[in-house]
Ligand binder design. Sequence first.
Ligand SMILES: [Zn+2]
Length: 140
Amino acid sequence: MLQIENKDRFGKVIADALSKVELTTDAQTKKRWINAIAKATVEIEENGVFMTWMENDKSLLIWSQKSNNIYTANGVCHAASGVCRAFEQGVPCFHRAAARLVRLYMETENVPVQAQAEDVPFLKPTVQVKAERVAGIRIN
Ligand SMILES: [Zn+2]
């Protein structure tokens, strides 16, 4: 079962992935990857319970209820019954997109949190100095 605990971080991973796809020059490939990433995002969100992240070989196991097939994806994609049809045709499939998103998400998990605000040297707030006014009383 795959559970994305930090939705913000996962959102950032997706945004990064999409911005990388933007660099693809081939319009058709670009469109397919965007679709694959979009589908992967929905699938992870809704069917994460049917996915398992395999840390040892950095792959994602996806059980498709629709085809009752199990897909293993990292850079390539295989189905238990053979190969993923999309991958076979050289077309981006959401399995690979999902595997990549999850891998990137997992990789950022152990990155140390940036220095806390308390550790950062800061200037003490300026003390307000009130100009003291001494009123002289003149007695003529
Ligand atoms: Zn696939």
